[in-house]
Design a protein around this ligand. Sequence first.
Ligand code: UGA
Length: 434
Amino acid sequence: MFKIAVIGTGYVGLTTGIGLANFGCSILCMDIQEDKISNLNKGIMPFYEPGMEEALKVNMACNRLNFSTKIAEGIEWAEVVFIAVGTPQGIKGKADLSAVMNVAELIGKSLNGYKIIVTKSTVPVGTNEKIKEVISSFNTKKHDFDIVSNPEFLREGRALYDFYHPDRVVVGTDNPRPVETIRRIYRPLYLNEIPFVFTDIRTSELIKYSCNSFLAMKVAFINEISRLCDAVGADVSKIAYAMGKDGRIGGKFLHPGPGFGGSCFPKDTEAMKMFAEEVNVDVSIINAIIQSNNTQKEYMVEKIKKRFARLKGIQLGILGLAFKSETDDIRESPAVFVVKRLIEEGAVLRVYDPQATENAKLVLGEKVFYAINEYDAIINADGLVILTEWNQFRNLDLLKIASLMRGKMFFDYRNIYDMAEVENSSLIYEGIGR
Ligand code: UGA
């Protein structure tokens, strides 16, 4: 089976490595971070992702999955090289492509025969052409290679499931030579009749941004409707349900919340805005998505402020810090945004998250008290604020909460509770748009 090198051991790289190892390929996952690779070699994951550690260990035991920091050697060994390094937000919101370009240079220097280079990282339109140029400029022995754009659509928290059950696989190439190999690598998906979209590289790059921006737009849209609902006294849940029944709209990604976050939607909408500006195209919808999401995050704080004469000295129990459930990721987390703003307003916070606390400590430091569980977080609180929709927050003992808190405010900013049920426990319910 194919010898595949995967460079970058973040969500995309590790999921690709483990997923393709499960498809029977021989995988070498590589990263420049020594401690990460050393831990992975011991079967220790660098982040929390359900089901991943078990899959990691199974594939390592079968010797289909190995880890190394010797990237040049790994490239020489491989027939196919997947680039899965990060493309964080750089200056003025542009995607920072330095890691990708460093990898391209290394690939160029390490080519020792024909190889297929597959870009999984989310990169702005035209980046794969630049990758090709960089590889070519260091490829002094003039070995053949092909570039394939193969964006990843996995969600954190469901990464492996999404890898095995993608809605589609997108493959962008500028010549037909690598296509058969890609088809064979993804053979199990092909056999399962997952749709494959074969296209040119630029289209493939833009598909990824279009999908993320569209999904971000759905979230921003329903959040805007929720603000309208608050103002006019309508129920956003019913609106989302009714909208979702229209097959042209679809019910997914219409859950109101404190705004979208994570390592993708905020960065990708910003990057799309930037590369559209570079080619002088007005993308007013993209600009509005970003603006509207910022408004939603601040709106959460405004809603809390309205309930108290002043926030100074008010004690709040915060449930959830991760940008969504089933992850320990706090990158661009609206929960962290709200927490920081509440601290600025003088509120005293006890916070709890089932997985993200250690990451949160790195950004919040000593400014909050880290509770050991949900109930510890709300002791003596004037209010409770749910910011992440963890399953374990969905069935809290409301009477116990009412007895532990000194106040009554129950801010459900993921709309996961039934208002009547909460109010039956002598708490005052406030959701979003309900
Ligand atoms: C997103 C996309 O869903 C993936 O398809 C894509 O591969 C990935 O970005 C990426 O580019 O790598 P992810 O960032 O893991 O995945 O998270 P989502 O589940 O999409 O949620 C994004 C944000 O929107 C979260 O803050 C979430 O709480 C929020 N959201 C989502 C809502 O507030 N309401 C919804 O109905 C859905």
